[in-house]
Design a protein around this ligand. Structure first.
Ligand code: SF4
Ligand code: SF4
Ligand code: SF4
Ligand code: FES
Length: 346
């Protein structure tokens, strides 16, 4: 491993050779503002908010995609950098309405925080509205073209993390816009999770809650055995949204379509809450004692008349490992058969 020495804001720093100025600064506890950068993606370099000065260089460079070099002296904050970042933000706001009061992202929006930090009070520049078709690659996500700041995190996430290539960019400059390939989209929501602003919002729970009033409960997804870590956003005892959490668990923040969007069943009034027993060819509600006694009686009858191998049990990949363990134990030790399987092989 090759180490280089450099100075950032007067502080002597050592860093591995292949790191960027942004990574070296972050490791040293020095904050450089970013918008398009995300630690799970290769640097995009589209927003220019991470500009820094290097002594002896004519122009500032972007810290997120400039590697450290031996002996450089970096300045991350100066009047001129502050003004440049202000101008970059004003340009990002050219198409962007400040509709934070009705935006799902308010309270956890990088742009909102930066606009506040850099004291932008009015939208200085205006451009003609972009005639963009707002239908997204998946109906589970709503795309707000006017809020999109073309940071390209979504396109990069779809390509680098999901390898789905469902998003692209068309045109350049002020007329650039996203292009969708619905046939390639797997509705995973990775693009939405990494969008730093409210340009991609969830179509299942839209405006049912605000990020700052929900209770975020960490849990494990129950849809399959991967054990992805997620956060349930709970409001008034109801799950209103689900998000992954970066760098936590085997999934590192990613979720699939089921884990991210398939939560409405939790509060569905169609869920079974009582056992059903078939009487005269029709299922009817019954008490637990009645249902369990009936099952135990029928198992015993079948076992006595035809032997334990006349019974087979199918468990579910939706259950926890512990539930599935106890189920196979029940089939083997109580029923006496090895006829046990689960839904993934049906
Ligand atoms: S994306 Fe951010 S800045 Fe824009 S309206 Fe939504 S909360 Fe406000
Ligand atoms: S939902 Fe997933 S596959 Fe579809 S565009 Fe977004 S990242 Fe790509
Ligand atoms: S939709 Fe979001 S992530 Fe994609 S380019 Fe626009 S602002 Fe960036
Ligand atoms: S964070 Fe470096 S250019 Fe956007």
């Amino acid at each position: 491993m090759s180490i280089v020495r450099l100075k950032i804001d007067g502080k002597e720093i050592t860093s591995e050779k292949n790191t960027t100025i942004l990574q070296a600064a972050t490791n040293a506890g020095i904050k450089i503002p970013t918008l398009c950068y995300h630690e799970r993606l290769n640097p995009i370099g589209s927003c220019r908010l991470c500009v820094v000065e290097i002594a002896g260089y004519d122009e500032p460079v972007t810290a997120c995609n400039t590697p450290v070099l031996e002996g450089i002296e970096v300045v991350t904050n100066s009047d001129s950098l502050y003004r440049m970042r202000q101008e970059s933000l004003k340009l990002l706001l050219v198409h962007h309405p400040l509709d934070c009061p009705i935006c799902d992202k308010a309270g956890e929006c990088t742009l909102q925080d930066l606009v506040f930090e850099y004291g932008i009070q009015i939208e200085n520049y205006k451009a003609p509205e972009k005639p963009v078709e707002a239908v997204y690659a998946t109906p589970l996500i709503k795309y707000w073209p006017d809020r999109c700041v073309m940071c390209l995190r979504c396109v990069t996430a779809c390509r680098e993390i999901k390898a789905a290539h469902a998003l692209d960019v068309a045109k350049t400059g002020g007329t650039a816009n996203l292009v969708f390939h619905p046939d390639r989209c797997v509705s995973c929501g990775e693009c939405m999770q990494l969008c730093p602003v409210g340009a991609l919002t969830e179509n299942v729970s839209r405006m049912k809650s605000r990020s700052f009033i929900v209770n975020k409960v960490p849990t494990t997804c129950t849809y399959c055995g991967c054990g992805c870590q997620m956060e349930l956003h709970v409001l008034n005892n109801q799950v209103v949204n689900v998000t992954g959490k970066n760098d936590i668990g085997v999934n590192h923040g990613s979720l699939c379509v089921k884990g991210r969007f398939g939560y409405e069943f939790i509060a569905s009034d169609q869920r079974l809450t009582k056992p059903l027993v078939k009487r005269n060819g029709k299922f009817e509600e019954a008490g637990w004692d009645e249902a369990l006694n009936l099952v135990a009686k029928r198992f015993s009858q079948i076992k006595n008349e035809n032997g334990p191998d006349a019974i087979g049990g199918f468990a579910s990949a939706r259950c926890t490992n512990e539930d599935n363990f106890i189920f196979q134990k029940f089939m083997r030790a109580v029923i006496g058969t090895n006829n046990v399987d689960h839904c993934a092989r049906l």
